[in-house]
Design a protein around this ligand. Sequence first.
Ligand SMILES: N[C@@H](CCC(=O)N[C@@H](CS)C(=O)NCC(=O)O)C(=O)O
Length: 205
Amino acid sequence: MITVYGVPGWGSAISELMLTLADIPYQFTNVDGFDQPGPQRQTLQTLNPLCQVPTLQLDDGSVMTESAAVALMILDKRPDLAPAAGTSERKQFWRLLVWLVANVYPTFTYADYPERWAQDAPEQLRESCIRYRKSLYLWLESQLKATPYAFGEQLTLLDIYLCVMRTWGPRHSWFKENTPKLSAIADAVNTLPELQTVLRSNNII
Ligand SMILES: N[C@@H](CCC(=O)N[C@@H](CS)C(=O)NCC(=O)O)C(=O)O
């Protein structure tokens, strides 16, 4: 069975929700505290030199990292969790999926641990990353045209990202005020019966 190494509410929640939605069994290993020296970090570092979550160990023992790679792996089994091949929606799906992990996700890497990158001005780096992240979310909001999900009636793995990322900085109230379409998508995902247990175990609802 797949093992997901993660921390409740962190990036591993995206993998857990995607796997659950796809009906792919997995077990969860909590590595809370992995971002500080200690046994959890040692465990994770042997699997993933970047020492990040999500880190997955697959059925064959191989390691899988990068949430978008996990999404692609899942789509191999469950193509219905993305818009159909040949549609313009599918192209936008790829675009926004990669855009999120390439642009928004790194703002957490730098803002959550600014002292790693700017020892002399960590607060400045944190603040500018958070400002940049907000500008990215505002652009994303301008791209969201459909309801109840990003691509209309079809629930896709992109909606799972939005649901989890909405719980991170700049937090619910900012999203509600500034990105109401993104917030509504996250709210819609939060009502899905098949995700309730995992949403709860990740403190998302
Ligand atoms: N590109 C990775 C980013 C993963 C990531 O940044 N995870 C965060 C937690 S949400 C993390 O592990 N941060 C700790 C660190 O970077 O040291 C992905 O998409 O999975």
